[in-house]
Design a protein around this ligand. Sequence first.
Ligand SMILES: [Mg+2]
Ligand SMILES: [Zn+2]
Length: 184
Amino acid sequence: MSRQAIFIDLQGTLGGEPLGDILNFSFYDFSIKAIKLLNKNSLLVFIITNQSHIAKGYLTMEQYENCVKELIHELELRGAKVDGIYCCPHGRGDGCDCKKPLPGLVKQAQKDYDIDLSKSYVVGDMGCTDMILAKNIGAKGILVRTGVGEGSLNEYRHTWQDVTANYVANNILDAVNWILSKKF
Ligand SMILES: [Mg+2]
Ligand SMILES: [Zn+2]
């Protein structure tokens, strides 16, 4: 049976990046709780992230992969699990099909799992990538106010003006509680 999946953006949604890149990423405490709630309810959890710093040469693939290993390890230690982490390493001019809001990362997840996109969600802090992606794949979109979320709702609203979030959440935990309230 096709399963419901939650595609979650990384930076600004699951944690902060005080110095501007994934090397300094740390999870918000409530993110761990949110992922555990999804695990407990048997929803698939994916992290999908644009890392154009790789294309720009600010971050090597090896650094990125080490970071991801550490993130997975931390989640494991804290009792939370993600089913996959998918990354677009490309830049704007590379002509790839995976840079959000393009659907390539979601398509990769679909190769690995049987997913019902119409019952799935994209949760993120950036309207012009995360909310447009939700629309592009026929899923529901939840914008979180953390990260650049407030900016997305205000001065950058024009960058995703044709799209509406299905829900605006204070943070990822609020988003997950909303998703679970729809499920039952
Ligand atoms: Mg983000
Ligand atoms: Zn890409």
